[in-house]
Design a binder for this molecule. Structure first.
Ligand code: ADP
Ligand code: MG
Length: 687
C-alpha cells in the first residue's frame, strides 16, 4: 500500500481546479497524468528579464522590463501594415512597439496615448530605431503584477500554452508535502543539496542545478534500490543447482577450439549454475566473439540434468538463425530442440506447447512469444537472452514466474555498454566479457567516402560481385520522405537492379515475416549477391561469403549501430571491407565519429567514445522516446551519479538496516513508491 503521505502527489491532474476537457489531450501527450507527473515536468529553459531604468542600445537582444510613456501612434494606411506605437522612457529615448496582424486595435486600447505602462519584451534594433515586437507584458504601474524576472519555459504540446502550464505547475508547487530524507546525510551535505520538497519547488522557480541534481539522484537511487531488492529477493528464492555430467557438452563435435575467453566465461557460468542461488549474469561480447557457443554450452548443462533451457532472441530472423545454427551443432546428439515465435500458429504451435509441458522438448529457441502466458515449461532451468538491444528489466523478471524454481538467467549483449550505463540498465548483475575474437579473423578494413563518389562506388561493387562474392548495402530509410535526402532502400534497390539485375535483393523492416525470411534465405544460400537492406540486417545473419558492406548516410547512424552492422562482414577468411558513405557536408562531430570507426574495431572503445562525443543519451535512449529507464535524470546525470546511487543503495540495505528499520529506510520506501519502482515494491510485500 502506498503510504498516505504520497496520496496528494498521486491525485489525478484532472482533479485540479480549472482543468477542462480541452487540456486532457495535451496533458496526455506529455504523459502528465498525476500531480507528481506535473511536478516532475521540469522547465526545459528559462527566459530572463532585466529591469532597466532607461533604454540602452547595449541591451539589444535582451528581454527588458521598463517604464514607458505612450507618445504616439503611427497611422497605418494599409490594414496589412503593422501597427507601430511610439513610447518614451524617462530620459526621452524612444522605442517603437510593433504589432503585426490584427492586434493593432487591441494594442492601442492597452496603450492609450499619454499613459505610463510597465512594458516587457525583447529589445531589438530596427534600422536606426529601437523596437519591441509584441511585448509580452503591458500593464499600468499600479497593477502590481510585475512580469517575472525569470520565467520557466516548459516542454509543451499543442493545445497547452507555456503560461497555462506554468500556472498549473505553480499551483501544484503550493501543495508539495514535506517528505522525510532518504539520501545519506553525508552525501546530502557534501553536495549541498536541498531537501526534496525544497528541490521540487525550486526547479519550477529558478534554474538551479543542485535542485535538479538532487531530484535526478532520487530517481537513480530508487532505481538502484529496486534492482538490489529484486536481486536479493531472487537470492532468497530457491533456484535449481545444475551440475551437468558433460555427456552432451563433451560430445559436441566442434570444428574449432574454444577461445580462452569462451572457456573462462563458460566456467563462470557453470559455477553460477552449480549454486542454488539463481544466476543473473550479463555476458558482453563484441559481434563475432562467439556468444552463440557460450549460449549453447549453457543450455546443454540444463539438458544434461534432464531439465530445459530457453534462448530468447530479439527478432524473428535472429531466432530462426539461432535455431538453425544450434540444430546443426546438435546434430547426432540426443537433444530435442524446437522453435516458437509469434508466427508459429495452429497445430505446430500446439505440438510445441505440449512438448514443453511434458518435457520432451529440451531446448526452446524463440522470440518473446516463448514467455507468454500460455507457455508452460516442465522444468525450465536456464534462460539465455540474446539481447542485441535492451529488453528491459521487467521482461527479464517475467521469466522467473515461468519456472517452479527460479531459472538461471544469462543476458547476452553485443552492444558494449559502458560500465555506468550497465549499472543503470542491469543493476546487480554479475558480468562476463568475451574480450577475445576467435583466431584467424582478418579485421574489417573501414573506409569513409563522400556520397559524391557514388558512381565510383557502384563500379567497385560491380567488380566485387563479378568475382563471385557477396555484399550488403545498408540504407537508413525504407521510403524516401519528401523533405529528406536519406537514401531510400527501395529506390536504391531499383537503381542497383538496373545495373546488376536479379543479383540484387531487398529486405526491409516493413516486409512480412515469411517474405523477409525468404529473401534472407536466398542470400544466405548465395542465390542473390547484393543485399540492399535497412537496418534489419543489424541483428542476425551470418554470411561468410559477404565481405563487403556499404553503409549509406553513415553519419546518421549511432556508432554502436555502425559497429554492429560492420560486424556482419569479416566472418570468413576473406579480407572484408566496410565503406561508410557520408553526406557531402558533415559537421566536426560527425567527422570525428566516422574517423573513430575507421580507426577502431573495439566495440567498447567505440561505445565509450560515442558517449563522450554525443552524450550518453544515444546509448541510454532518450527520455522522450521512452527508451530510457529514467524520466527525471538526463543521460548526463545518469553518467555522473549512478555509481554513487548504487553504493548508497547497497549501504542502506547492507549496513544501515534496510527498509524495515530506521527513519531513512522508511523514507527510502517512499522513494520507491514515488518513482513507481514496482518490482522493488513487490519484494517489500513478499517480505
Ligand atoms: P556473436 O558473438 O556475434 O553472436 P557468433 O556466436 O555468431 O558471434 O560467432 C561468430 C562466428 O564465429 C560463428 O560463425 C561461429 O561459428 C564462429 N566461432 C565461434 N567460436 C569460435 C571459435 N572458438 N573459433 C572459431 N570460430 C568460432
Ligand atoms: Mg549473436
Amino acid at each position: 500500500m502506498r503510504p498516505d503521505i504520497l496520496n496528494p502527489l498521486f491525485a489525478e491532474v484532472r482533479s485540479m481546479a480549472g482543468i477542462g476537457p480541452k487540456l486532457a489531450k495535451p496533458l496526455d501527450r506529455l504523459k502528465i497524468e498525476r500531480i507528481k507527473d506535473l511536478l516532475y515536468h521540469f522547465p526545459a529553459s528559462w527566459t530572463y528579464r532585466k529591469p532597466v531604468p532607461a533604454l540602452d542600445v547595449g541591451d539589444v537582444g535582451q528581454n527588458i522590463i521598463i517604464r514607458l510613456v505612450v507618445m504616439d501612434y503611427k497611422g497605418s494606411g494599409s490594414p496589412r501594415a503593422p501597427t507601430r506605437i511610439f513610447a518614451s522612457d524617462a530620459d526621452g529615448n524612444y522605442v517603437t512597439l510593433t504589432f503585426f496582424g490584427r492586434n493593432g486595435g487591441w494594442a492601442k486600447k492597452q496603450l492609450p496615448i499619454g499613459e505610463e505602462r510597465v512594458i516587457s519584451g525583447k529589445l531589438e534594433r530596427y534600422g536606426d530605431e529601437l523596437q519591441m515586437v509584441h511585448p509580452d507584458h503591458m500593464e499600468p504601474l499600479d497593477n502590481g503584477a510585475a512580469p517575472a524576472l525569470a520565467e520557466p519555459i516548459y516542454p509543451l504540446s499543442e493545445g497547452l500554452t507555456n503560461k497555462r502550464l506554468g500556472q498549473l505547475a505553480s499551483s501544484a508547487v503550493e501543495n508539495i508535502p514535506a517528505l522525510p530524507e532518504w539520501i545519506e546525510p553525508s552525501l546530502l551535505a557534501k553536495r549541498v543539496w536541498p531537501d526534496w520538497q525544497t528541490a521540487l519547488t525550486t526547479v519550477h522557480r529558478k534554474d538551479d542545478e543542485a535542485a535538479r541534481d538532487r531530484l535526478a539522484y532520487d530517481e537513480l537511487f530508487s532505481n538502484q534500490l529496486a534492482m538490489r531488492l529484486v536481486r536479493s529477493a531472487l537470492d532468497r528464492r530457491h533456484g535449481i543447482a545444475i551440475k551437468g555430467d558433460g555427456r552432451l557438452t563433451n560430445a559436441l563435435n566442434l570444428p574449432f577450439d574454444l577461445t580462452g575467453a569462451q572457456k573462462r566465461t563458460i566456467a563462470e557460468i557453470e559455477s553460477d549454475m552449480a549454486q542454488s542461488r539463481p544466476m543473473l549474469r550479463l555476458l558482453q561480447g563484441d559481434v563475432g566473439s562467439g556468444k552463440t557457443m557460450v549460449a549453447l554450452m549453457t543450455l546443454l548443462r540444463a539438458v544434461e540434468c534432464r531439465m530445459q533451457g530457453a534462448l530468447l532472441a530479439p527478432t524473428e530472423i535472429l531466432a530462426r538463425q539461432h535455431f538453425a545454427n544450434l540444430r546443426q551443432m546438435l546434430s547426432g546428439l540426443p537433444v530435442n530442440i524446437a522453435i516458437l515465435t509469434g508466427r508459429d500458429k495452429g497445430k505446430a504451435r500446439e505440438a510445441t506447447l505440449m512438448g514443453l509441458a511434458d518435457g520432451s522438448i529440451d531446448i526452446l529457441v524463440g522470440t518473446h512469444a516463448i514467455f507468454q502466458e500460455a507457455v508452460t515449461y516442465k522444468s525450465l532451468a536456464v534462460a539465455v537472452i540474446d539481447e542485441q538491444h535492451r529488453f528491459g528489466v521487467s521482461q527479464r523478471l517475467m521469466l522467473s514466474r515461468k519456472a517452479k524454481g527460479v531459472p538461471h538467467l544469462l543476458v547476452m549483449t553485443a552492444t558494449p555498454i559502458p560500465r555506468t550505463l550497465a549499472l543503470a540498465c542491469y543493476g546487480e548483475m554479475d558480468s562476463s566479457q568475451l574480450d577475445e575474437l576467435p583466431p584467424g579473423r582478418t579485421p574489417v578494413e573501414t573506409r569513409v567516402m563522400s556520397s559524391e563518389r557514388l558512381v565510383e562506388l557502384v563500379e567497385g561493387v560491380g567488380r566485387h560481385l563479378a568475382s563471385g562474392k557477396q555484399a550488403f548495402w545498408v540504407c537508413p530509410l525504407v521510403e524516401e520522405s519528401e523533405n529528406s535526402d536519406l537514401a531510400a532502400a527501395e529506390q536504391r534497390a531499383e537503381q542497383l537492379r538496373l545495373r546488376f539485375g536479379d543479383k540484387v535483393a531487398l529486405v526491409h523492416g516493413r516486409m512480412k515475416g515469411p517474405e523477409k525470411d525468404a529473401v534472407m534465405e536466398a542470400f544466405v544460400a548465395g542465390k542473390t549477391q547484393l543485399l540492399v537492406a535497412t537496418t534489419v540486417i543489424e541483428v542476425g545473419v551470418d554470411v561468410p561469403n559477404a565481405s563487403l558492406m556499404i553503409i549509406e548516410a553513415a553519419d546518421r547512424f549511432g556508432l554502436a549501430q555502425l559497429h554492429q552492422l560492420r560486424g556482419r562482414v569479416g566472418r570468413g577468411a576473406e579480407k572484408s571491407i566496410c565503406l561508410l558513405v557520408r553526406s557531402a557536408h558533415i559537421g566536426e562531430t560527425a567527422a570525428a565519429r566516422l574517423k573513430l570507426m575507421r580507426e577502431s574495431n573495439d566495440g567498447f572503445r567505440i561505445a565509450e567514445e560515442d558517449m563522450r562525443l554525443r552524450g550518453a543519451g544515444e546509448l541510454l535512449g532518450t527520455r522522450q522516446s521512452g527508451d530510457s529507464p529514467f524520466r527525471v535524470a538526463t543521460a548526463e546525470q545518469v553518467r555522473a551519479m549512478i555509481g554513487i546511487a548504487s553504493d548508497d543503495a547497497r549501504l542502506l540495505l547492507d549496513r544501515d538496516g534496510g527498509l524495515d528499520s530506521g527513519a531513512r529506510g522508511q523514507a527510502a520506501r517512499l522513494a520507491l513508491y514515488l518513482f513507481e519502482r514496482d518490482a522493488g515494491i513487490a519484494t517489500l510485500r513478499g517480505g
